[in-house]
Ligand binder design. Structure first.
Ligand SMILES: Nc1ncnc2c1ncn2[C@@H]1O[C@H](COP(=O)(O)OP(=O)(O)OP(=O)(O)O)[C@@H](O)[C@H]1O
Ligand SMILES: [Mg+2]
Length: 301
């Protein structure tokens, strides 16, 4: 059964998303929970933080901890290949129009990046369905928000397509009845494909909105730009009924006070992680930090 908890780490560039994802991954693995940490940001730094080589295919770091860095370009190529195969199969009569030309256009079509992220997301949650936790270190805010919006926007769009296709089929049926009375009408492959996509978007949207299963964390620093970006994330997610689980105020130094933050996000719990003088790379340093600041899994969850 697929019921692993899914945790996303978002926030302004450089606030510490990858470091905090890596730390939580270590803590969960330490408590004997099976966890996979996945970087969805194409400017990866998870392998630098763990000081261990990571690739597109997640690998075992210890029996409880897996990690990987998704190759976005690979996902885009995979998507284009799938589209190419399926179009060629469905529209074989169009080869005269040189279908290849369309793929060049498709490569630059809007939405491709977030679609590739969704493919990666689906692959990972399926592949690691037996794990307790799946942690996603997210790309920059703009792309992450497009990714979260994708199932809802596409869902609406695909519903229109479905209606349109049903209308077309109704008309075609009338014509075919007149022409070939009594002939059983062939199942519409295009309508089946549309419905398959609709279900796919719907189930991803449901996962995003399921606050028992899914948690979105935002990492901030003592910096007003990071705070305003967090407010944007909060408002954008709220519109699509995705709640923010916690705000993590990272790199907090003595004397920093964030009174204004309480007002902006009064409904979102937050906790702080102190500034570390030691470099936070490598398992030893990360574990040392966890111990020194006495960090608990319950701080996050
Ligand atoms: N609590 C901390 N104390 C001190 N340094 C920290 C802390 N957390 C993160 N850092 C450092 O801050 C820098 C940025 O962290 P990190 O790479 O995790 O951020 P990021 O949000 O993933 O960045 P990007 O947006 O580039 O992916 C790194 O050098 C990291 O070691
Ligand atoms: Mg990062």
């Amino acid at each position: 059964m697929n019921n692993s908890k899914i945790l996303f780490f978002m926030g302004k560039g450089g606030t510490g998303k990858s470091t905090v994802s890596a730390i939580l991954g270590l803590m969960l693995a330490e408590s004997k929970k099976k966890v996979v940490v996945i970087s969805l940001d194409s400017a990866h730094n998870l392998s630098d933080i763990y000081e261990t080589p990571l690739a597109h295919k997640p690998r075992e770091i210890d029996p409880f901890l897996y990690a990987g860095e998704i190759d976005q370009e690979k996902m885009i190529q995979k998507y284009l290949k799938d589209v190419q195969i399926s179009l060629k199969r469905r529209y074989s009569y169009l080869t005269a129009f040189n279908i290849e030309n369309y793929f060049d256009i498709l490569r630059y079509s809007p939405g491709l990046e977030e679609y590739a992220l969704m493919l990666a997301f689906n692959n990972i949650i399926e592949k690691f369905s037996g794990f307790d936790y799946i942690i996603f270190d997210m790309p920059p805010t703009a792309l992450s928000l497009k990714f979260f919006n994708l199932p809802f926007l596409s869902g609406k769009w695909i519903e229109h397509l479905e209606n349109l296709r049903c209308e077309i089929n109704k008309k075609r049926e009338i014509i075919s009845r007149v022409r070939f009375a009594g002939k059983e009408y062939e199942r519409d492959k295009i309508l089946s494909k549309i419905r398959e996509l609709k279900d796919q978007y719907q189930s991803v949207g449901e996962i995003f909105q399921d606050s028992d299963r899914t948690g979105v964390f935002t990492v901030i620093n003592y910096d007003s730009l990071a705070v305003s970006e967090t407010l944007r994330i909060f408002n954008s997610l709220e519109k699509i009924k995705i709640s923010m689980k916690k705000i993590i105020w990272n790199r907090k130094r003595k004397g920093d006070s964030f009174d204004d933050i309480d007002n902006s996000f009064s409904s979102v719990p937050f906790f702080s992680l102190p500034f570390s003088r030691e470099r936070l790379t490598g398992f030893k340093a990360l574990n040392n930090y966890i111990r020194t600041v006495d960090l608990k899994i319950s701080d996050f969850l």
